[in-house]
Design a protein around this ligand. Structure first.
Ligand SMILES: [Zn+2]
Length: 205
């Protein structure tokens, strides 16, 4: 490869994307360069728009346009009233569950797990989850964290945080493969995990 700073920089950035190494990054960059008007231009425009206009909601953690203000009791992101909240670790989990069409309700995206790797619970949207459950007339909280040690620790922590609120708490069925991350499950597994979810307890408040 020639030493062109701009190209090297682009290759470096693209190879940081999931599933891509330096080799595929180079192929992508060549494809882009060979399609300046069809790809580079609209891609650059689209990236700028996403950067400027899309952020994670500080309350529910979902992606939203900046123009949409999300509030307790008034989730403008979905614009519908539900009585269930499904708690997931990441937006990719939300997308998997949405595309499998097995769940109809609110989402709450924690932004990770409580892990030994230093993710602090204060970084996760757990306090706002508790607030939502209190204020949004929620009947059931479905804990859909991964079947990993971190995912399960996080689920226990959330269960504990909700212990003083009158709400049903359930967890995805044990059919999840150990170590399984929600986003990597096929629709069938996800479907049975939801359908056979187990109630942990009905808090009496
Ligand atoms: Zn929100």
């Amino acid at each position: 490869m020639q030493n062109i700073t701009e190209i090297e920089e682009l290759v470096k950035l693209i190879s940081r994307l999931p599933g891509l190494g330096p080799k595929s990054a180079k192929r992508i960059v060549l494809k882009l360069i060979n399609n300046r008007d069809e790809l580079v231009k609209p891609l650059a425009k689209s990236l700028v728009e996403v950067y400027k206009n899309i952020t994670r909601c500080k309350i529910c953690g979902t992606l939203k346009p900046n123009s949409v203000e999300c509030d307790y009791n008034n989730c403008k992101v979905v614009n519908k009233k539900f009585d269930k909240i499904c708690v997931v670790e990441n937006i990719s989990d939300q997308w998997s569950i949405e595309s499998s069409n097995i769940y109809n309700g609110y989402f709450h995206i924690l932004g990770g797990t409580i892990s030994s790797a230093g993710q602090k619970k204060e970084d996760l949207l757990i306090n706002s989850l508790v607030e939502r459950v209190k204020k949004d007339k929620i009947d059931e909280v479905i804990l859909a964290t991964s079947a990993t040690v971190e995912g399960q620790t996080t689920a226990y922590y959330i269960q504990d945080s909700l212990k003083d609120i009158k709400v049903k708490i359930s967890k995805l069925a044990q059919g999840l493969p150990v170590g399984g991350e929600i986003e990597s499950l096929d629709d069938g597994t996800l479907f049975s995990a939801f359908k056979n979810r187990t109630g942990l307890k009905r808090n009496s408040g």
